[in-house]
Design a binder for this molecule. Sequence first.
Ligand code: 5GP
Ligand code: MN
Length: 341
Amino acid sequence: MSNPVSHVLPAGTDAVVGQIRDAIVSRQRFLITSHARPDGDSIGSQLAMAFALDALGKQSRIINADRAPDHYYEFPGLGRIEIAAEVPADAIADAVIVMECGDLTRTGVRGFEERYIINIDHHAGNRMYGAINWFDESAAACSEMVYDVIGALGVPMSLEIATHIYLAILTDTGSFHHSNITPRTFDICRQTVEAGVNPAIMARRVYDSNSFGKLKLIGALLDQMELVHDGRVAVLRLDDDVLASCGCTNNDTEGIINLPLTAREIQAVVFFRTTAEGEVRVSMRSKYDVDVRMVANEHGGGGHKNAAGFTVTGPLHELQPLIVERLVRAVDEGLESRPPE
Ligand code: 5GP
Ligand code: MN
């Protein structure tokens, strides 16, 4: 069963959504991309858009720098995603739809630069690099914006489209934990459920598909977790050796960072992932008004208030105290505006 998408656009967005609609209607061949190391929102936004383009009889290819985590491959259309470091020579297109990327380097794919770009994103600090730029920080997930574009195109909410819109919202809100959720978020989710999405199945597939190795890894990481600032900040560290000793791959690290936040006192978590090449990948999560995006911005990264990250090179023993001290400050500032529980 498929319902027509009918809704009112958020205030002030009619013009840009209309531009995107017209740009899509008047073109035939599209490339779709999103950020490197894709998450549920990048996967869901891209595939919802691809299925909508299918419905309009348009051609599209999805080109990403990295594979999605394995469990996403249960969702429709994942096999369509091509993995490449450079846009393939035969990828002829009239436009590129870039979602979830503050700038083009976030794609991790070279070769989009000279193309006609439609930029759709909800990360603060978007560089407006497209021919059309739609940036809405108030969207809980980029897929809320994709939903608007699909509605403007008059494409019915098929089960595939609904599944990917819901997947993106479910994951980008941290399964409805983050502070960017609005009535609109639930209104869109309601429509996806009406179109046939089963929230229980979605939650099980996304969050309850761990390997046994991942459970071991969770145990190992939480066992060595450090608590600072009276337990308000948690620090997790992972290197290749620990990963291998649990029989895990990078794929298995997704979501572990959220676990410390289940402790009442913990307001922010930082996860340091060191690699053999000397890179440190830093992920952060927080509650309420504790702003970890500001911390990521100071190191060339980005994200959202409650979920952000960056990558640096350099020894962890120098980086860790700086970041932890900065997070302590973010926690103190955020606590001042914390809502009563
Ligand atoms: P994660 O910690 O799951 O990798 O990322 C959390 C959030 O921060 C996501 O919205 C992601 O797009 C953003 N993010 C993570 N790393 C970077 C980065 O290096 N640069 C930017 N601009 N955003 C990032
Ligand atoms: Mn997102």
